[in-house]
Design a protein around this ligand. Structure first.
Ligand code: NAD
Length: 505
């Protein structure tokens, strides 16, 4: 019988009583891995009620102690790095190197959460008026919710709950129904690190469970990562119910290649950045903009992409894995077919097989040339191993194209010119910019700063902005007249006044 994925509700691991069952499959074979029951409305309510109770105790735990739980958690995650990587590879089909990278990026956030006390420091001003001082404290919100996508099942939950918990909140995680076992393991390790067993709750499901959570009166904040339509729905619904919300959504990331860029560097970096992880990264490069003579690099790019093949994660030669599901594969194949009508297809990965895995969701590297901004393959997020080449005559034209795009997650420029690089980083309307770096993901002491249609909200994930998202500031102003202090002469301050002359100019 297929193993049941557990829920964690009210501090108890349980299989769930729901009858809506989802089968989680191995994307390299489409064979069942395990089953998960969608949480019932009663289970979701119980999770929120339990989290609310747990918060009242957890918020009083000294901040350094909460930080120490995160320190132990970071240590345990490192100890289990290989096993977690294997689990991510099994559920997503990613290569082992990629899967371990997914876990590592999350470990770095737990590391940052262990430093929470210094990130939660308030401010003080003495003597805002005579005998009056003001200070501010940074306090947790209460029950926070996280809804995560399939493509980084370790990193993205770890963007959320370590920081939220370190700040003193309770957390409810609803991971992707396509690969929820990684989340189970992450939460098990959190409890092993010493977190109270009811401070994080794990529920499963899809739209119904999400909608209940984001409209629940006892939920204060919602973090979401996923596609644009769902992100917009969650942002609208959560804010309509007066929640704080941060929603990280889809992307269409451009790389601009200037004629003076190093061709070998461009070609080798672009291959990994476009088809790595089967293009299922929100920071994948999906559009290459060749400026003037840089277009001469396109044939070499085609030849390098043609050498790359997907494969099973047990094969060290595999460049990347399968698409997450047959539905995702069908969608991408449909977009490739559309692209063949719209543009010139230099490399077509539609008909791709991997020896020993005939039923996997494989798609080979695919390259289009002559793409323009009105085409479907340019406008839609493909989320597959597909790269679109656009040719323009100047950096200004490239900037205009990128800035007119509704998304703004990441971009990069390859050039040897400091002036071109400076102009690009200054004028481009995208949140994360790489210069001679194709995927500029910031480390957790910065924030993950998507713009425009790639992000709805104001405070971003992790870093200082992450802490600000999961807390609110309380300002306290106090008056302590010296006459109240036994033994102090009330004329003391008067003496100071008598000797002081202040001239205002
Ligand atoms: P998705 O939007 O389909 O699902 C994300 C989460 O929302 C899942 O937990 C899912 O169960 C839930 N969900 C799905 N439909 C829902 C609905 N109608 N109402 C409420 N909840 C719903 O995304 P996905 O396919 O899992 O992930 C891929 C997408 O995520 C891509 O668009 C990618 O660009 C994006 N992404 C963005 C970032 C970023 O930082 N901007 C990072 C990773 C992935």
């Amino acid at each position: 019988m297929t193993q049941r994925i557990p829920h964690l509700i009210n501090g108890e691991w349980c299989p769930g009583v729901g009858t809506d069952l989802i089968t989680v499959t191995d994307p390299t074979t489409n064979q069942p891995l395990w089953q998960v029951a969608c949480s019932t409305a009663e289970e979701v309510d119980a999770a929120v009620a339990s989290a609310k109770r747990a918060f009242m105790t957890w918020r009083e735990v000294p901040t350094p102690e909460r930080a120490r739980v995160m320190l132990r958690y970071q240590h345990l995650l490192k100890e289990h790095h290989d096993a977690l990587g294997d689990l991510v590879a099994l559920e997503t089909g990613k290569t082992i190197a990629d899967a371990k990278g997914d876990v590592w990026r999350g470990i770095e956030v737990a590391e940052q959460a262990a430093n929470v006390a210094s990130l939660m420091m308030g401010e003080t001003v003495e003597n805002v008026a005579r005998g009056v001082d003001t200070h501010s404290w940074v306090q947790p919100l209460g029950v926070c919710v996280g809804i995560t996508p399939f493509n980084f099942p370790a990193m993205i939950p770890l963007w959320m709950f370590p920081m939220a918990l370190a700040c003193g909140n309770a957390f409810i995680l609803k991971p992707s129904e396509q690969d929820p076992m990684t989340a189970v393991r992450l939460v098990e390790l959190l409890l092993e690190a010493g977190a109270p067993k009811d401070i994080v709750q794990l529920v499963h499901g899809r739209k119904a469970q999400v909608d209940q959570l984001i409209s629940h009166p006892d939920v204060r904040a919602v973090s979401f990562v996923g596609s644009v339509p769902v992100g917009q729905h969650i942002y609208r619904t959560a804010t309509d119910h007066m929640k704080r919300a941060q929603c990280f959504a889809g992307a269409k990331n451009h790389i601009v290649i200037m004629p003076d860029a190093n061709p070998q560097q461009v070609v080798s970096q672009l291959v990994g950045a476009s088809v790595g992880a089967a293009g299922q990264r929100c920071m994948a490069i999906s559009v290459a903009v060749f400026v003037a003579g840089a277009r001469d690099m396109i044939p070499a790019l085609r030849d390098e992409l043609a050498k790359v093949t997907p494969g099973h994660h047990s094969d060290p030669e595999a460049a990347y894995g399968p698409l997450i599901s047959p539905q995702a594969k069908e969608r991408v194949l449909g977009l490739i077919a559309k692209g063949k009508q719209e543009a010139e297809c230099l490399l077509d990965g539609s008909d791709c097989t991997v020896a020993g895995y005939p039923d996997g969701n494989w798609i080979g590297p695919t390259l289009f040339r002559g793409v323009t901004a009105d085409m479907t393959i340019y406008r839609e997020e493909i989320f597959g191993p597909v790269l679109c080449c656009v040719e323009v005559d100047s950096l200004d034209e490239a900037l205009a194209l990128v800035n007119a795009n509704p998304y703004g997650n990441g971009t990069s420029i390859f050039t040897q010119s400091g002036a071109a690089a400076r102009k690009y980083q200054h004028e481009v309307e995208v949140g994360q910019v790489g210069i001679n770096i194709p995927i500029p993901v910031p480390l957790p002491f910065f924030s993950f700063t998507g713009w425009k249609g790639s992000f709805y909200g104001d405070l971003h994930a992790y870093g200082k902005q992450g802490v600000r998202f999961y807390t609110e500031t309380k300002t306290v102003t106090s008056r302590w007249p010296e006459t109240d202090i036994p033994g102090l002469n009330s004329s003391g301050s008067g003496t100071v006044e008598a000797n002081m002359t202040i001239t205002l100019k």
